[in-house]
Structure formats: structure tokens, C-alpha cells
Write a protein that binds this ligand. Sequence first.
Ligand code: XMP
Length: 514
Amino acid sequence: MDYHKETILILDFGSQYTQLIARKVRELGVYCEIYPFNIGLDKINSMDPKGIILSGGPRSVTEADAPQCTDGIFNLKIPILGICYGLQLITKFFGGEIDKSLKREYGKAHIFFDEDDGLFKGIKDGDIIWMSHQDRVFKIPEGFKILAHSDNSPYAAIKKIEDKIYGVQFHPEVHHTTKGKQILKNFLYNICKVKGLFSPRSFVELAVERIREEVGNSKVLCALSGGVDSSVVATLINKAIGNNLICVFVNNGVLRKNEVEEVLDIFEGKLHINLKYVNAEEKFLSALKGVTDPEKKRKIIGRLFIKIFEEEASGFGDMKYLAQGTLYPDVIESISFKGPSATIKSHHNVGGLPKKMKLKLIEPLRELFKDEVRIVGKELGLTDNIVYRQPFPGPGLAIRVIGAVNRERLSILKDADSIVRDEVERNAKFRHIWQSFAILIPVKTVGVMGDERTYANVIALRIVESEDAMTADWAKIPYEILDKIARRIINEVPGVNRVVYDISSKPPSTIEWE
Ligand code: XMP
């Protein structure tokens, strides 16, 4: 079933919660796309959305240059739900009044109903809602009715009597609105009348069909890193075109412990994917010899990777496509009205390849959020080991050995890092952790082991929680786990006699130490 047939359009007015709306809608089984608030009517019509959600936003509709969507959407007879700024926009458009209220309303409030409506089926008087606004509706437009109020807002929810145009002052998409998901569900299923066609399985079916259609009998090249995105891309394309997919897996010498064996075992051994393994460890390590500047390390690794990848690819002859693990947040970034912000994608390994190699890009995950990629990975039969793998930087352990990289330091770091992985990444209890890893600080400090003084390296632990790596906070890991990690590293890894925990957040620090 083509889930695009019942797409929900989300117009983004700059709210920090816009992506959350999209994720909730999709969790409810409905495909949706986010676009900047000012896209034209032609574009909207071409999508034929079954409903439109206007997001919140940081601005005030009373400002002269406030973000506006095309007026035309209010005549489309498509159900609309305006959230916060969205509600105020609807109010202003239809001639109501907005009050620049002096009192900000932020946080918990209770909803009370003035009228029954399908939007609030299953929600009771007194249920908790989450407010975050300064302006508020002062007078609702003619032709509208009040559906609900809150402790502080007389117009917590309104509706146009003749059309399915709704506005809510609170944020149903945030976790704190306890029945927020039910409200969104009601909007989708009761108001927009969707069937709910979107699921990991329907995604896989459609993606396989589309890849076959697009690629035909041509060959597709894929750089496999063992990370979740490239693994899911490879497995999906393999399902679609089998041996016409050729994966190249380059060992750059700065992978994690047992990474090579694991990747080969899964992709070659279990999934029988056409895989070319290139052991370039020696080349990378000699290129990195004596290099201490992290930017130089990155450049050396990036360039060498491209060189080796190109060499390998040219050996296959008639490649037409290059598969890439672009995800939906990157797509939104690139179309967003907010302009380009620094994202982790600027680090992408294979960026720059297609131009030189004249390959067409194929990006089967460009509709998905990261958590959806993981679910699709499971649907495709990938093991938890791959599916819940944390992000790992292209330049790998080279930027986690501070200073010069050599085999001895890498070996120490690999062993220490593997212990951190055992205790955190491989522990299902810690799936909320964004990244957890070790850093080798080749500064010697004194220790005592048995009767002997030691003079050995320091290992730093970096364990952070984050949504998207743009900001991060150090994880409040239980002391027993930290204790176990420290003891294990010092006892099991020769060359380390001290373990420290990094308690800085990003910003002002970064996740990697470099
Ligand atoms: P920072 O250290 O800037 O890292 O807070 C943010 C996120 O990006 C990852 N990272 C990289 N990923 N190639 C990548 O593919 C890189 O060169 C690179 N550098 C940092 C980092 O692990 C974190 O998730």
C-alpha cells in the first residue's frame, strides 16, 4: 500500500517541537512530511495532503513580518490543526484578535471542555496539557466556536464551525501533554479520516519496489561502515536487487575492537551480501604516522578513504548508482527556511564521491527518522548489535587517541572502548544513551598496582545523552556502572592506570575530544 496517498503536511513555523509532531504522526501509522511555512499552493496541491498541521513558532503573529503561510490553504477544505503559533495564525487570518499577554504561560495546565468534538475523544476534563506561549487569543474569529479552555487560557482549543479547521493553544506533541498522542490520533483518524498505511513493513515493501523500478538491472555501489544507516541501506537494497548491489567495506585501521570480524560475519556470513572487504589498515596508519592535529587526521582519513573507495569501485566496471544513508532530518535541514545549520552530516564519509565518479545517488532512507531506521532494520532481520549501534565518527578511533596515532595506542583504546561498549552500548537498559566511548589521553600519571608503582596512560569516559548531537549532556550513569567500567579497564587493559569521567555538556564542550 502506498502510504504517500495519505500524507499529512506539517508546515514549520520554527518550533523546536516540529520534528516531534512528525515523529508522533508517524508513530500513529501515518506518513507525513515537514515543509517550510511559506511553500506555495502548487506544491501543497501536488502532495494532495489528507491534513495539514501548522506548527508552533518563536515569533508573534502581531509582528509586521511574522511568518505567514499561503492564505490559499484555508480554502482547500483540507482539515487543518494549528498548534500554538498555528492557532494564532488561524485566529488572525479569520479576523479574531490576539493579545500580547504580559504573562507568559509556560508548563503544566489543565484542560476543560466547553463542547464535545471528535478531536478530543477519550480526553477528560482536568487532563494535563502543556503550554508554552506568550501571545494568546483574545477574541475568536466569527464563525468559530470554543471547544476547550484551560486554567489560564479561555481559548485552549477552537474550531471553525463550517470547516475542519482547528486550533489548540497547547502542545499535543510533547510528552507532558499526557493524552497528546490521543489528540493527534483523533485528528488523524477522526478528522482527516486516514486509514494508517505507514508502518516499517509498508516502508520496506514500497522501498524495495521503488529501488527495483529506479535501478532496473544496473549495479549499485554502497560504502558499508557497519553503522546502522549504511547497514540498513545495504540490507534493503540487497533485498531489492540482490547481487547487483556491491558493498565495499574499508578497514581504515581505526575501527573499534572486533568490528571487522563482526561486519564480515553478519553481512557476508549471515546476510550473503556481495561484499568487497578492503584491508587498508597499513595504508591509513602509515599516512597518520606522527600526525597530531585532529583536522589533519580527518583530512588524511577522508581523502584516503575516497581514493581507496574509488580504486575499488573502478574495478567493478559498470556501476551506475551510489547508495547513501541520508536520513529525513538532513532532508529537512536542506529545505528548511531556517537556513543551513551546522550538522553532523558535514562529516559524511562518502560525500563528494558521486561528483567525481559520475554516479547517481540513491538514498532509500531519506524519508525516515533515525528511530524509524532502527525499526526498519529490525524488520529486515538485522540483529540488535547492528540496530542499536551508536553513531561512530568516520575518522573513528583516530580522533579518540589524543595526539599521534599508533598501533600501541590504538590497541589500548580498543580494549578500553570495548569494555565501555560491554557495559553501556550492549546493555539494553542504556538504549537512551546517545554515545558512550573511551578516549585515550596519552599523558602518563603515577599509580600503584600490587607493590609496584606504575606510570601509565589516562582513559577518559565520554557518555552522553542527546537528541541529535547538536546539544548533549553527560549521562548520569549509575555509580556502580562507572565503578565497574573503571575497575575493568584498569585491571584488564595494560597501559592504563587511571580512568576519569567527562562531566561537560555540549555546548560549550563537544561530544568528541578530537
Ligand atoms: P561533536 O564532537 O562535534 O560531534 O560534538 C557530534 C557528533 O558527530 C560525530 N562526529 C562525526 N561523525 N564523521 C562522522 O561521521 C566525523 O568526522 C565526525 N566527527 C564527529 C560525533 O561522534 C557525534 O555523534
